[in-house]
Ligand binder design. Structure first.
Ligand code: AMP
Length: 187
């Protein structure tokens, strides 16, 4: 059966790297809402114009715009083979929208992979990126904000019975071995 996946994890949890591994091995279309928004900004589309002010301010784009964009993408035929959502859902309202979209289309979430990494390691990894705006204070704030948003989603998918928590604080290959174990055991 097609695998319909969701990736969850705070910045620095290694989600992007694991996503790159997954798309090489499994027939899933990688759907990153951040990438789609950035492409629309770059091409100055109508969607990009609507999203710009929120993105520039570092805020979430309103759910109405984001949900419509995701539904549009999920309506495309390549997604039939399976998909992997990255950066979406970002809050419970989006998760509920996704569930109703999927059930209306006779689909469901096969697995949500949550890459769990301790605060201290996340801080260390983000500091190690050495970006100018990545001061310890900015990093702590970004982690706190993201954590507050992330935890309800972890609970949501736990309740739905599809959550797989993976210890992301290890070597990439070890993390990916656990990912494969989860994905290979989905029916
Ligand atoms: P990202 O690269 O995932 O951090 O996304 C970059 C920006 O795109 C975010 O700061 C938001 O403004 C917007 N964005 C991405 N995904 C979502 C989402 N699921 N809901 C609302 N805004 C989003």
């Amino acid at each position: 059966m097609a695998k319909n996946l969701i990736l969850l994890g705070l910045p620095g949890a290694g989600k992007g790297t694991q996503a790159d591994f997954i798309v090489k091995d499994y027939p899933v279309v990688h759907i990153s809402t951040g990438d789609i928004f950035r492409a629309n900004l770059a091409n100055n589309t109508e969607l990009g114009q609507k999203a710009r002010e929120f993105m520039d301010a570092g805020d979430l784009v309103p759910d109405e715009i984001t949900n419509a964009m995701v539904a549009d993408r999920l309506n495309q035929s390549d997604v039939e083979a399976g998909f992997m959502l990255d950066g979406y859902p970002r809050n419970e309202a989006q998760a509920e929208f996704l569930d109703s979209y999927l059930s209306n289309n006779n689909k469901s979430v096969s697995a949500t992979l949550y890459f769990e990494v301790s605060d201290s390691l996340l801080r260390q990894r983000l500091l190690g990126r050495g970006r100018a705006d990545d001061t310890p204070e900015v990093i702590d704030n970004r982690l706190a904000v993201n954590k507050a948003a992330n935890l309800p989603l972890v609970d949501y998918y736990q309740r739905a019975g599809v959550l797989h928590t993976i210890d992301g604080g290890r070597q990439l290959a070890d993390v990916y071995r656990d990912v494969k174990e989860v994905l290979d055991n989905l029916d």
